[in-house]
Design a protein around this ligand. Structure first.
Ligand code: GLA
Length: 376
């Protein structure tokens, strides 16, 4: 990819780029719908990413061609206007950095991606982090990985108008090769946890996408807020499962179910982190599978295809656990599989899922990769 994009840059601009940056997508291993509840998440950065080759300009123009997303972005840092499409993210990042008081320089570049769009692998967080890094290479400001993730979230919320938690931006910023990252979404403290060598993480894309995601996501955010208010706590992070059971009667049945997922998922995530530290992949896999049941039955963000995918995965030899991953309603599941049978697992699940649904899934056996970086 680096070679490809450098070539493209040279063909367009008649010189080599001064920098190439890369920002990865992510898969969340456990800790779903907990980030906007100040809770815990345990994602890893994957070996699919967005690349930008660029060089500085002497004026304040920003010009970015994309090999994958459509029309180029071309605007002045002195006049940032809203515009539909992928370039809105570039405007959002330029806006947020200037809003924070950073003085930016213009640049020109070419972008390429091998992250599937809208599959729930966080292509937009990867885009935001690659753009933040691109601005950083040509401007003069300090890089703080967690702060950058916060800026990307602010850009989403206040410029693009999208509600999300901070997980995707944190992991695209701070991931590390061969590691998962336990993130405390309240304090933004994080802990790198090595992934045991005897397992592989496999992404199972159901080849379904649901338009419903945004409205259902916002609805869940609101339900969690209501639950916390009624329980008299700042957020669902602030109550143990035992205390919740004692007080749950004050909530209506639906709100109880939503809260139960979040509170139990936080406990599972912390247990999963401990299991990973001990190299206990059996316990980890089991927690993943329990997480799926909670997302399916209590949080109700799964889909028939995701449920089929998870069931089929769990029936395969060497599968230690499986669950839907990301916001839900379609997109991807993730499985933890013994390394020796990973290829066979991928092959089997491809054909069994197709047999059951007549859909062609995408299966990625993935490596945990580094967060956003300027490449050498
Ligand atoms: C989406 C959001 C994340 C997180 C997940 C659910 O991916 O972007 O912030 O809330 O859903 O865990």
């Amino acid at each position: 990819m680096k070679e490809k994009i450098t070539k493209e840059f040279t063909a367009r601009f008649g010189a080599s780029p001064t920098h190439v940056v890369r920002a990865p997508g992510r898969v969340n291993l456990i800790g779903e719908h907990t980030d906007y509840n100040d809770g815990f998440v345990l994602p890893m950065a994957i070996d699919r990413a967005i690349w930008i080759a660029l060089r500085p300009r002497s004026d304040r123009r920003v010009l970015l061609h994309s090999l994958d997303f459509g029309d180029p972005a071309d605007f002045s840092l002195d006049d940032i206007q809203h515009k539909k499409g992928w370039t809105e993210y570039l405007r959002a990042i330029a806006w947020v950095l200037q809003e924070q008081g950073f003085s930016l320089s213009g640049w020109e570049g070419v972008l390429a991606s091998n992250l599937p769009l809208g599959a729930g692998l966080s292509s937009s967080a990867a885009l935001e982090l690659s753009l933040l890094k691109a601005f950083w290479t040509v401007s003069d400001f300090n890089w703080d990985g967690a702060k950058m993730a916060e800026f990307a979230c602010q850009a989403d919320r206040d410029w693009v108008g999208i509600q999300s938690g901070i997980m995707d931006q944190m992991i695209s910023s701070l991931g590390q090769e061969n590691h998962a990252l336990l993130i405390d979404c309240r304090t933004l403290e994080f802990n790198l946890l090595p992934l045991p060598k005897q397992v592989r993480v496999i992404i199972l894309d159901t080849a379904t996408r649901r338009g419903l995601v945004d409205s259902a996501y916002n609805e869940r955010v609101a339900q969690c807020r209501t639950a916390a208010e009624k329980l008299g706590i700042p957020s669902l992070r602030d109550i143990t499962l035992d205390d919740f059971h004692a007080k749950a009667d004050s909530l209506d049945e639906l709100t109880q179910k939503r809260a139960l997922h979040v509170i139990s998922e936080n406990e599972r995530t912390l247990k999963a982190a401990k299991a990973l530290q001990k190299g206990d992949v059996i316990a980890f896999g089991h927690l993943m599978s329990t997480s799926h049941i909670s997302l399916r039955d209590d949080y109700e963000v799964s889909s028939p295809e995701l449920n089929i995918m998870v069931e089929l995965a769990r029936q395969e030899k060497g599968c230690l656990g499986a669950r839907m991953t990301g916001a839900g309603f379609g997109g991807c599941a993730v499985a933890l599989v013994e390394k020796d049978v990973a290829e066979k697992f991928a092959e089997n699940i491809r054909s069994s899922y197709q047999e059951h649904t007549e859909l062609q899934p995408n299966i990625y056996i993935c490596e945990a990769s580094n967060g956003v970086k300027v490449l050498d």
